[in-house]
Write a new protein. Structure first.
Length: 170
């Protein structure tokens, strides 16, 4: 299990690097667009749209990486006030619920993507492309999140201690 978890960890690290490079690309596009518009009255008509899609992609790429690192959004105030055993149990229930929600999102994401592909839906703004291109990363990301919840649960069962990130407000 540790070897598989390590392989997924490297995949998440790779995704984080791709997200960082995407962010760098956004910065370059926005800066170039501003400079060109102010210097020549010519800019990238598609610039805003590409940065919107890039933000969406960055979010999806980094979600499993953040979950693995314990840097996802969580309200841990309650966990710091509970006794260790109760906090551990809340963590376990949270992992199970997180897994269940992610599995439902994989199914929903797949159905939305398939339906957009089946209908031939297109996104029409400055750029025109099939809508399923935007939807396809959703089920993949939630599948990776579901897998990470399995790893988190396994690590929690091995340690029998509440997670370190559960005490970040203390």
């Amino acid at each position: 299990m540790q070897r598989i978890s390590g392989a997924f960890g490297r995949l998440y690290d790779f995704q984080a690097v791709v997200a960082a490079l995407t962010l760098l690309g956004m910065v370059i596009i926005v800066t170039a667009d501003i400079v060109l518009r102010n210097a020549t009255n010519f800019g990238f008509v598609w610039g805003n749209e590409v940065t919107e899609y890039a933000l969406y992609l960055i979010t999806l790429l980094t979600a499993p990486w953040l979950l693995r690192r314990g840097q996802h959004i969580r309200v841990d105030l309650l966990l710091t006030t509970l006794p260790r055993t109760a906090a551990w149990l809340v963590e376990a229930v949270g992992d199970i619920l997180g897994f269940a929600v992610c599995v439902m999102m994989v199914r929903l994401g797949w159905l939305m993507t398939f339906e957009a592909w089946r209908l031939g839906s297109i996104t029409i703004k400055n750029l025109v492309f099939p809508e399923w291109w935007l939807l396809a990363p959703v089920p993949v990301t939630f599948l990776l999140l579901a897998i990470e919840f399995i790893f988190r649960f396994h690590r929690l069962m091995q340690s029998r201690e509440r997670r370190e990130e559960a005490t970040s407000v203390a």
